[in-house]
Ligand binder design. Structure first.
Ligand code: BTN
Length: 250
């Protein structure tokens, strides 16, 4: 696969979900191209595991990146983790100290600031289109953050100053495009150490894990070279997970 260098940008005043739109439009993507779709407002924003994602107009970045990936790339699931690292780099550049809640939530002081959603769409013409979306709480007001039903924060709150959504979007795009091209050429290994260091858990922390409706309990062991979470189960066996929803108490 060659570097992605052709950029298409589209913005909607209002749309149901940039992620749903990009999945429906996956057939439009061409070799070496990336489409960045953003929206000022989403009426039906989507989170992971079928949850709703709330992004009040003018207060958060809703962005989706679509591009082709070689169908043989079994490591394509790591692209959401690469995006988590790109967003973390951006946040560090703003003087913040983000941590990643495996696989790709970004927390600041244990409160969520970014969520990432990834889909792989097989195309009729052959090939696979990756659709990687991110929602960042840029200037969400306290009353809107409280309504999310989980601890959440915003860039404005953490930095004590307002940033424009456009500036955040441009900065993230610049970092992600560079990281994506490294991933296309070299895979996940150049990112592994930074990813392991970014994780908000310590070895042996007690964790539980929701996968396909089942609750699995145990202790965190680490992140392996495939980006999978390794866990020691209560029966003493070790297990590895490539996706799922993690719970822990600090
Ligand atoms: C999560 O943490 O559950 C993932 C949230 C992903 C939200 C973004 S906002 C832009 C894009 N459009 C959506 O409907 N969802 C993603």
């Amino acid at each position: 696969m060659q570097r992605i260098c052709h950029i298409i940008r589209e913005n909607f005043k209002i749309i149901d979900s940039t992620h749903s739109w990009a999945c429906q439009q996956a057939y439009r993507i061409e070799e070496n191209s990336i489409i960045l779709t953003t929206a000022d407002e989403q009426s039906a924003g989507r989170g992971r595991f079928g949850k709703k994602w709330t992004s009040p107009p003018g207060e958060s970045l809703a962005a989706t990146f679509s591009f082709l990936i070689d169908p043989d790339r079994i490591d394509r699931g790591n692209i959401s983790q690469v995006m988590a690292l790109s967003a973390s780099k951006m946040l560090k550049g703003y003087g913040l100290s983000p941590q990643v809640k495996w696989p790709n939530d970004i927390l600041i002081s244990e409160k969520k600031i970014c969520g990432i959603l990834g889909s792989a769409i097989p195309l009729l013409k052959g090939g696979v289109c990756m659709v990687i979306s991110i929602g960042i709480n840029v200037s969400m007001r306290q009353e809107n953050l409280k309504m999310l039903g989980r601890p959440a924060t915003s860039l404005h709150f953490e930095m004590g100053k307002a940033l424009t959504i456009e500036n955040v979007c441009n900065k993230l795009f610049e970092i992600f495009l560079e990281d994506l091209n490294i991933f296309i050429e070299k895979g996940f290994s150049p990112f592994l150490e930074a990813y392991q260091e970014s994780i908000c858990l310590q070895k042996n922390d007690k964790i539980s894990f929701h996968m396909n409706g089942e609750l699995i309990e145990g202790h965190f062991l680490g992140i392996n070279s495939s980006g999978a979470l390794e866990m020691r189960l209560t029966n003493g066996l070790t297990s590895q997970f490539l996706s799922g929803e993690l719970f822990f108490e600090k």
